[in-house]
Design a protein around this ligand. Structure first.
Ligand code: URA
Length: 217
């Protein structure tokens, strides 16, 4: 494999104060499940705004109450949100509020305890992915192994027109792994945290995103 080029491996850190404020609230250990979920929903809406900044537009004629002009529209269904189960689901609804026509594909992966390889247990995408732009949703880019494996499956089995990865928090180790494997995939993250601990959790982080979204702990 060729080594990744810094020029092709884009990292967009979403430093908007609204996103940073909501993220800070989400990090608080005593934030309730409903509060955590609502903040993630709101961040999903704000992230969608950044993720779709260079979306193609088509000129259309529009009749205002006063005259006719040329406006633009997007083709939302060309966007496919691809949550990695299960934590990725937490970002879907907020993004769909902003791009209601987007399609949603799902990827489920687990780590084989013996080989440590990522094993797919669920994969369902819309048709004609070659005409669509995929946004893979993985709130916590920790080691980056699941995200890189999900992107590899997407490339092999669906071949979307483009792939972006959206996460809430990224660890430097995860960014290096993702871009080592997929230098063509632009990463959008709300923050780059310090490092991983011995259990693979992001520090300072916010804990287990799936458990906090679904209230399973
Ligand atoms: N997954 C999580 O949910 N949290 C982490 O800190 C790392 C991986």
């Amino acid at each position: 494999m060729t080594s990744p080029s810094a020029a092709t491996a884009a990292v967009h850190e979403l430093t908007h104060p609204l996103i940073q404020h909501k993220l800070t609230l989400m990090r608080e250990k005593d934030r309730s499940t409903s509060g955590f979920r609502r903040l993630l929903h709101e961040i999903g809406m704000l992230m969608a705004y950044e993720l779709t900044r260079d979306m193609p537009t088509q000129p259309v004629s529009v009749q205002t109450p006063l005259e006719t002009m040329t406006g633009v529209t997007i083709d939302g269904k060309k966007t496919v949100l691809v949550p990695i189960l299960r934590a990725g689901l937490g970002l879907v609804d907020g993004m769909l509020e902003v791009v209601p026509g987007a399609r949603v594909g799902h990827i489920g992966l687990y780590r084989d305890p013996k080989t440590l390889a990522a094993v797919e247990y669920y994969f369902k995408m819309p048709d004609h992915m070659e005409e669509r732009d995929a946004i893979v949703l993985d709130p916590m880019l920790a080691t980056g192994h699941s995200a890189a494996a999900a992107v590899a499956k997407l490339k092999e089995r669906a071949k979307p027109r483009s792939i972006r990865l959206a996460c809430l928090l990224a660890a430097p180790e995860g960014i290096a792994h993702l871009h080592g494997a997929h230098p063509d995939v632009a990463l959008y993250t709300c923050a780059i945290d310090r490092c991983l601990n011995d259990h693979g959790y992001i520090l300072p982080g916010l804990g287990d995103a799936g458990d906090r979204i679904f209230g399973t702990k």
